[in-house]
Design a protein around this ligand. Sequence first.
Ligand SMILES: Cc1ncc(COP(=O)(O)O)c(C=O)c1O
Length: 402
Amino acid sequence: MSIKQPTIEQSRVLLNRSDEIIVRGCQGHKRSHDMLSMGYPVFTQRASGARFWDVDGNEYLDYLMGFGPILLGYNDPVVNQAIRTQIEEGTIYSTAHPKELEVAEMLIDLIPMAEMLGFFIGGSAATSGAVRLARAHTGREKIIRCGYHGWHDWTQPEGIGVPELVGQLTLSVPYGDPDALGDCFRQHDNQIACVVMETIQGDGPPEGFLQECVDIAHRYGALCVFDETKVGFRVAYSGGSEYYGVTPDLATFGKACCNGYPGSFVVGRKEILSSKSCQSAWLAATFHCDLPSLVALEVVISEMKRRDGIAYQWKIGNRLIEGVNQACEAGGLGYRLSGLGPMPKPNVVEEERDRCIAMLQGCLARGFYLHPGHPMFLSLSHTEDDVEDTIMAVQESIADLK
Ligand SMILES: Cc1ncc(COP(=O)(O)O)c(C=O)c1O
C-alpha cells in the first residue's frame, strides 16, 4: 500500500525567500534545492531526541543528525540543564574560566595521544589551527590534504575566491594510496609541513594505511595530522586513531563532541605543542573557549561514558546496515549501506537512482529521514525499536515500487 508524500510547501516558500537574501540560499553545503526536488524538507521547526519536525509539521526519525553534531540527541535534557546553569553565570568573560582547564583535563584523560590541546570553534577552525601549528613547528609552508577539512582557503585549493598563490601551497592525494603520498612528499622534499588525513573516508582505510601516513610524514620531517572531526566520539572517542590503533602528531575534533554546540579542539604531543614556535603561533579568537560548548562537551563525555555510548552506536548502526541491506537485497533494489556502524554510508547504483530515490521518498512518507548519499549518523536517542521500524519502512517502501 503506497503512502501519501508529506507536503513540504512551507520549505519551498522559505527556500525561495532565502534565495533572495542569504548567500547560497541557506547552509550552502546542504544542497537544499537538490534535496527539495527529491521531496526532502529543507527547513526544520524543532527537534527532540532522534526526531525533528519540519516547518510543514511533518515528523521524521532523523538519520543525519545535523550532519553529525547531534550525538546524545536533540534538545538533550542533561545538556540543556548544564547550559542553563552556565547561562545564569555568563557565557563569556574578560578572563579565562576554570571550565577550560577542567574540560582540557577530561579530554587529556579520554584521548590517549592527547598531552596538550587548544580549543576552537567549528571543525574548519580546528583543522586550520592544526595546519598553523604544523607550519609553525616545521617552518615549512606546503601541506598535503586528503579528505574534506572544511571551507578555509587551504582546504579548497582550487576553489572560487581562493587566491592561486594560497592554493599552490596545498597538495592533494587520493585516499588509501601510500605510494601517491610518498611520491608527493618526494616531489616536494623539505617543503611539506604536514599531511592532514581524514582518517575514515567511505568504508575506511586499507589495512596499515594510517600508520603508513604517519611513517611517511616522519620520514620527510613532517607532521601527520589526523582529521577526526566527523568520526571522533563516534567510532571511538578518538576516532580513527583509536579505532585503528595509530598515533598521529596532532588530531582535530569537532561535530559530535559538543552535541550541537560549535566547540572544537586540536590535541597533540607536548613535545610539539609546547615548543616555542607553537606557543608563539596566533590561534586566539573571541569565541574559541565558548563556555556553552565547553559545558556541553563536559556533559557529552560523562553521558557517553555513563551510557556506554560508543558501543551503543555500533550496536544499532550495525543492525541498521544489516537490516536495510537485507531488505534491499531481498527487494532487488540497488541501495546499500556500507561503512562503519556508527556512520552508515549510503550507496546508490547509478542506473537505479530513480528507484532508490522513490524508495527513500516512501521512507520519508512513513516518517524516516534516510539520505541518498551523505554518511548518516546514529545517536543515543535512536532506540532499537526505531531501527527495526526503519528497516520495516524500507521493506514497505520497496514493496510500493512494484
Ligand atoms: C572531516 C571533516 N573535517 C572538517 C570539517 C569542517 O567542519 P565544520 O563544517 O564544522 O567547519 C568537516 C565538516 O563536515 C569534516 O567532515
